[in-house]
Ligand binder design. Structure first.
Ligand code: PLP
Ligand code: TYF
Length: 394
């Protein structure tokens, strides 16, 4: 049966990570895959995570199964992290959260749940969006349509075009929004734009679905969630896929959550039972370790403060690098948008040939689309990267 299968290419992001590892040039620079890096180019384990793991190792008494929803303590803590500790949606019993294997698990379970609600559901995604959104959502059988998001000339949000196309969406269509730190563009909606899109969603009866993979890495934990919270407080139903990969540095532990907001507590309870059945039919229950770390950190004042401080440091480092990068590129052209954008990614707006030249001649790696992971830079390497970009643009 397997002989008929043709080999498929790897995910281009993971392929690039592999090529970078095999490059023997000592001064190579990795601006490819979206993992946070420190000044030395490492992706360290956060100190709060280390300490939580130590406590878990000492205190854990069983490895018996968790249920399909995962750990209740983690789910409650994530609800507050995403929606705010004073959220009325939580108090009113309209929110249910389940633990998932990463943000990817949340996206896929949300898609399977949406298909169960309505088999011909259409989900609108931004152009561009994270490439994995297409297989994660489309693979569950949802129809995918695109709304314009980024102006390819200015590399900033084309909000008028976005609203214009979403005017054509039908009641019940799903709109996928990036909560903050848009991947791949770094171009986020302003608070007034969140308010306008909320009005459009209300008026047209659309179902918002927010992918929150970088909370705390744009401007801070609360600021990054402000748009999402405004939206959540204004609509009857919403889905949120959250990831702990970046803000807790738990990538390989596969830790995330799916939040379901329903119109009433009664609807929430029935909808959650359906979601749990979807989960059972896919992987039965999520892995425990990463979520136990998050629950330990968020449930302990000292560890939580330590984690927040580390996360703020990461966020500030990225903002510092964004300003430094825009300034270093100023003699080459107007890259000021890099300083205005948020999170790990921005496009340079250069051609695939120029991207290729940067890799082969200068050992500088970025995605073919010219998406760079700003966190892969540091103050030492910045002038050389800027010179190389000047070289390929001349
Ligand atoms: N959504 C976006 C936009 C992402 O960039 C990522 C990942 O890296 C994810 C979701 C999911 O991440 P993970 O499954 O590693 O938690
Ligand atoms: O966009 C990125 O680089 C991150 C990490 O299959 C990632 O979101 C990349 C590819 C992938 C899973 C995660």
């Amino acid at each position: 049966m397997f002989e008929a299968l043709k080999p498929l290419p790897q995910d281009p992001i993971l392929q690039l990570m592999q090529t970078f590892r095999e490059d023997t040039r000592p001064d190579k620079v990795d601006l490819g895959i979206g993992v946070y890096k420190d000044d030395a180019g490492n992706t360290p384990i956060m100190a709060a995570v280390h300490e939580a793991e130590r406590r878990l190792l000492e205190g854990e008494t069983t490895k018996s199964y968790v249920g399909p929803a995962g750990a209740a303590g983690f789910n409650n803590a994530m609800a507050e992290l995403i929606l705010g500790s004073n959220s009325r949606l939580i108090r009113d019993g309209r929110t249910s959260v389940v633990q998932t294997p990463g943000g990817c698990g949340a996206l896929r379970m949300a898609a399977e749940f949406l298909r169960l609600c309505k088999p011909d559901t259409t989900v609108w995604v931004s152009t561009p969006t994270w490439a994995n959104h297409l297989p994660l959502l489309g693979g569950a059988g949802l129809a995918i349509r695109e709304y314009p998001y980024l102006n390819p000339e200015t590399l900033e949000v084309d909000f008028a075009a976005m609203l214009g196309i979403l005017e054509g969406a039908k009641a019940g269509d799903v709109v996928l929004l990036h909560g903050c730190c848009h991947n791949p563009s770094g171009a986020d909606l302003s608070q007034s734009q969140w308010q306008e899109i909320t009005s459009l969603i209300q008026r047209k009866g659309l179902l918002p679905f927010v992918d929150m993979a970088y909370q705390g890495l744009g401007e801070g934990l609360e600021a990054d969630a402000a748009g999402l919270r405004h939206l959540a407080g204004s609509v009857p139903e919403m889905l949120i896929a959250a990831s702990c990969s970046k803000n807790f540095g738990l990538y390989r532990e596969r830790t995330g959550a799916l939040a379901l907001i329903s119109a009433t507590a009664t609807v929430s309870s029935a909808a959650t039972s359906q979601l749990l059945s979807v989960i059972r039919s896919h992987y039965s229950m999520p892995p425990a370790h990463g979520a136990a770390i998050v629950e330990t950190i968020l449930g302990d004042d000292g560890l939580r403060a330590q984690w927040q401080e580390e996360l703020s440091g990461m966020c500030e480092r990225i903002l510092h690098l964004r300003h430094g990068f825009a300034a270093a590129l100023a003699p080459v052209g107007d890259f000021s948008f890099i300083a205005r954008q948020r999170g790990m990614f921005s496009f340079l707006g250069i051609s695939p040939e120029q991207v290729n030249q940067l890799r082969t001649e200068h050992g500088i790696y970025m995605l073919e689309s010219s998406r760079v992971n700003v966190a892969g830079l540091n103050d030492q390497v910045m002038p050389r990267v800027a010179d190389a970009i000047r070289d390929v643009l001349k």
